[in-house]
Design a protein around this ligand. Structure first.
Ligand code: GDP
Ligand code: MG
Length: 439
């Protein structure tokens, strides 16, 4: 499907201008991509509407290429919906900061509690205490104790015969005595939201008055995650979300849905079973993941940073007129060099990454320097009008640049090929473009 999305985009790319129908076409693919990534239907609908409104406007027409601009808008809006900034833990003004983990059974509460304790310990030199508040799941207390031993964080537990509320009450007292600065309360989950569990969690909340109630959601549960998040949020007014199991093959659409439906920030993501597999949530990275086109977005970013737009347009029209000369050639080469290693740039162009002809392309930076030396040895007239390059001029250039005559000849031949190719490309014909990069 991502391929289809790229198909729609590259189709657009070949046209000079974007029409409302074109935007509609890309947005249809984006809509499908989002649904495929398990984003909630209503969320997708609202999102597409918003983007379409922005994309059909003037903005689209003023960019590098219209297709890139649409993707950029989609990416920006996706990032915005998920909260443009990185959210941090709500800290208590005075220690201890109390964090309560909630979520369905198997979502990853206990694991995340351990990961978070380790993170706080490592990054802030904190002295966290874990409280074992799940007395229902077999071996849940032992699970937390073992985690605690591994990461060397104390675990407070009273076995499974005391009520969770009482465990938390005594745990808080214990932490005060021990001067712990963070308290992380692990709680029980159920397979589905039920009244009894919610009652118990509400009681714990009332007693502990946590600074942070972190709802833990399994990213793999897709659509279901929305209902779960909504339910927990309505009952407990959570303060943040942890999305676990993102190391799986999910595209992470749950992140978008949860944020849109609850309005609560996603603070962390779980990326594996190890205690170190907990990361801060970056909305922009998640946006790329959901769209499944991170590389293309990186390319757009680079292009925007490094390309002088006016110059690019100038060159484009020169290519069309077939008046591209050695001065432009050098300009282009320098622009491209600014963007990073040639091999990387080629691979980021949609449709090029998997092109077998480009699989092993190596562009030696030294070759580029040699090429430049040759061009710099040309006279102004020769640069502007490469047709005057007869054998005696070529010999002079070879001597001046210190490069063998064969190399000079080869380079001029390549330049002429490239020029031909470019005029084709600028007229919308991409066939044979691979040759541009080959040696
Ligand atoms: P709880 O019932 O909510 O406390 O869930 P647990 O913490 O016991 O986790 C349930 C299972 O999910 C365990 O096998 C964990 O190892 C696993 N798990 C938790 N977080 C992640 C994660 O980010 N990635 C992966 N791959 N597994 C996870
Ligand atoms: Mg648990």
């Amino acid at each position: 499907l991502t391929e289809r999305l790229q198909g729609a985009i590259s189709k657009l790319k070949r046209k000079g201008r974007v029409s409302e129908t074109d935007v509609k076409e890309v947005m249809r693919e984006i809509r499908l991509a989002l649904l495929e990534a398990d984003v909630n239907f209503q969320v997708v609908k609202d999102f597409v509407k918003k983007v379409r409104k922005r994309a059909v406007g003037a903005e689209v027409l003023e960019s590098l290429t219209p297709a890139q601009q649409i993707v950029k808008i989609v990416n920006e809006e996706l990032t915005k919906v998920m909260g443009s900034e990185v959210a941090e833990i709500n800290k208590a003004p005075k220690i201890p900061t109390i964090i309560m983990m909630v979520g369905l059974q198997g979502a990853g509460k206990t694991t995340t509690a351990g990961k978070l304790a380790l993170k706080l310990k490592k990054e802030q030199n904190a002295r966290p205490l874990l409280i074992a508040g799940d007395i229902y799941r077999p071996a849940a207390v032992d699970q937390l104790k073992i985690l605690g031993e591994n990461i060397k964080v104390p675990v407070f537990s009273l076995g499974t015969d005391v009520s969770p509320v009482e465990i938390v009450r005594q745990g808080l007292e214990h932490a005060r005595e021990k001067n712990n600065d963070y308290i992380i309360i692990d709680t029980a989950g159920r397979l589905q939201i039920d009244e009894k569990l919610m009652d118990e969690l509400a009681q714990i909340k009332k007693l502990a008055n946590p600074n942070e109630i972190l709802l833990t959601v399994d990213a793999m549960t897709g659509q279901n995650a929305v209902d779960v998040a909504k339910g927990f949020n309505e009952q407990l007014d959570v303060t943040g979300v942890v999305l676990t199991k993102l190391d799986g093959d999910t595209r992470g659409g749950a992140a978008l849905s949860i944020r849109a439906v609850t309005g609560k920030p996603i603070k962390f993501v779980g990326q594996g079973e190890k205690m170190t597999d907990l990361d801060i949530f970056y909305p922009d990275r998640m946006a790329s993941r959901i769209l499944g086109m991170g590389d293309m977005l990186t390319l757009i970013e680079k292009a925007q940073q490094d390309f002088d737009q006016k110059k690019a347009l100038e060159v484009q029209s020169k290519m069309r007129e077939n008046s591209f000369d050695f001065n432009d050639f050098i300009d282009q080469m320098e622009q491209l060099q600014k963007m990073g290693p040639m091999e990387d740039i080629i691979k980021m162009i949609p449709g090029m990454a998997n092109n077998p002809a480009l699989k092993n392309v190596k562009v030696d930076p030294k070759d580029i320097e040699h090429t430049k030396a040759v061009v710099y040895s040309m006279t102004a007239q020769e640069r502007e009008d490469p047709d005057v390059l007869n054998p005696s001029r070529r010999r002079r250039i070879a001597a001046g640049s210190g490069r063998p005559i064969q190399e000079v000849n080869r380079m001029i031949k390549q330049f002429n090929q490239m020029k031909k190719m470019m005029s084709k490309v600028s007229k919308g014909n991409f066939s044979g473009m691979e040759g541009m990069f080959g040696k």
